[in-house]
Write a protein that binds this ligand. Structure first.
Ligand code: EPZ
Length: 439
């Protein structure tokens, strides 16, 4: 991955006040860009965040023959009249989770593809067995190669695929494969995160036939072709929750324009248990502290549960709450690596354990993964020099620096900027004392 463009200097202790605009969701728009490969007609996406991850995906599409035209700051037109290449170059090996989602569209357009194996944040093993097994069930021939997989299919056919776990990526992969497949595909135990539903909405506008049942079953009746589309990407509920946590942690007040209550129900309950509050505004939601902060137990889970990507800012917020909180991470086995720097360098009191401390034992039960955090608070965090290890931990560190006493420096900002649009400008707009230095 590219080097940092800059490091941040953040002086903590300032209550953040003001308004920020929510960006489009990275985890929706990147898949929606892939979906445009399913048609030879032009597609226009609005609400596209200007983040490194979007640049990466547009670079991949350009390699395949897509014409990319920015029509406005957040509007991009993508058009793939012909798929010129069926394979991505090895430069995209290990960079993110997107190339594997291109398998279905490329099989439909060209009958074969070689895609590099995925990378992304190092927060667990993140295998792709569900993706490959599902495509295999739909008739794809899959051959493993070093660092890539070769997939061929004359025509994908509908199948009943039961996912062993409601994987977001595997659900999206199979949706993209099934939209143009011959016959009906049923995905049971599917992920139904708002970003997945946003992809379904876009595909439906393109002409796809998809139903979503209340029991996590998606049924896709394959159609012969899909048409161009104009679609506005859903707002980023991870970014929104990050700013909400920042408002409450700094005892300030932040309105996030574009925030949708229906996508944040579980987050808002957790925030309220801790002492945060929200009100609806004309254009979004406003977040603030409703009472002194108190310890709370939180368990991450699949939607409509508490998102694993909300875990990091909330853990930092809990360092400011009175009492012992427990955060049980059930999605990824290794998503608390960032906590060590908070304890060692900033004075947080966070203890990691391999035990499940939630209501039920999770998939990481009795295995050697430190996936539960006990947070004793409140602690006055002190400034430190921090190195961001992954995207969501990145905002956790920024938040820790915002509540800390003194001036922190943060490097590894390339990880944060993969997924957050203009974080420095947005934080400065709500009064954060944040500056950048060339890296
Ligand atoms: C997506 O990752 C997001 N990434 C993640 O956000 C997010 O944390 C995650 O969904 C859960 O909401 C993107 O959308 C690009 P999964 P994804 O497949 O699709 C296991 C961020 O910071 N699994 O739902 O890769 C897997 O190991 C990122 O924006 C298999 O075992 O997540 C994990 O334990 C980080 N085999 C669980 O399922 C498979 O074939 C859920 O992963 C697939 C997944």
């Amino acid at each position: 991955m590219a080097a940092d463009r800059h490091t941040y200097r953040i002086t903590g202790g300032v209550p953040l006040r003001g308004t920020v605009e929510a960006s489009g969701a990275k985890n929706a728009v990147t898949k929606e860009l892939v979906a445009t490969l399913l048609t030879d007609e032009p597609c226009t996406l609005h609400g596209v965040p200007r983040i490194l991850e979007v640049d990466l995906v547009l670079g991949m599409l350009a390699e395949l023959g897509t014409e990319v035209t920015w029509l406005g700051e957040h509007t991009v037109r993508v058009h793939t009249p012909k798929v010129a290449n069926t394979s991505l170059s090895s430069a995209y090996s290990g960079v993110n989770r997107i190339p594997i989602l291109m398998m279905g569209p490329l099989l439909h357009r060209r009958g074969e593809t070689v895609v590099p194996l995925p990378g992304g944040c190092t927060i667990g093993k993140r295998p792709i067995d569900f993706h490959l097994e599902g495509l295999h069930q739909m008739g794809a021939d899959i051959v493993d190669r070093p660092g890539s997989v070769k997939v061929t299919a004359t025509r994908l056919t509908g199948a009943h695929v039961h996912l062993p776990f409601p994987s977001v990526g595997a659900t999206e992969n199979l949706l993209l494969a099934a939209a143009l497949a011959k016959g009906t595909t049923v995905i049971s135990n599917a992920a139904v995160e708002p970003e997945v539903v946003d992809l379904v909405l876009m595909l439906q506008k393109m002409g796809a036939l998809i139903t979503i049942d209340t029991d996590r079953t998606l049924t896709i009746s394959g159609v012969e072709e899909l048409r161009g589309v104009e679609h506005h990407t859903v707002a980023d509920r991870i970014e929104i929750a990050s700013f909400a946590a920042a408002a409450v942690a700094t005892d300030g007040r932040i309105e996030v324009r574009g925030a949708r209550q229906d996508h944040l129900i579980t987050f808002l309950n957790a925030l309220r248990h801790i002492g945060g509050e929200f009100t609806e505004t004309e254009n979004g939601l406003e977040f603030f502290r409703g009472r002194p902060l108190t310890a709370t137990d939180i368990e991450t889970g699949v939607h409509p549960g508490f998102m694993t990507d909300w875990q990091q800012p909330i853990t930092v917020l809990l360092t400011q709450a009175d009492g012992t909180s427990v955060v049980h991470e059930t999605i990824y086995e290794d998503r608390f690596g960032y906590a060590e720097q908070l304890s060692r360098s900033m004075g947080a009191d966070i203890e990691l354990t391999t035990r499940c401390l939630g209501a039920t034992a999770c998939r990481w039960h009795n295995r050697d993964f430190q996936h539960t955090a006990k947070i004793n608070g409140p602690t006055q965090l002190k400034a430190a020099d921090l190195v961001i290890p992954d995207l969501r931990a990145g905002f956790g560190y920024v938040l820790a620096a915002l509540v800390a006493d003194g001036t922190s420096t943060i490097s590894g900002t390339r990880y944060l900027e993969r997924g957050y649009e203009e974080p420095v400008a947005k934080l400065a707009a709500v009064g954060a004392r944040i500056t950048t230095q060339p890296a």
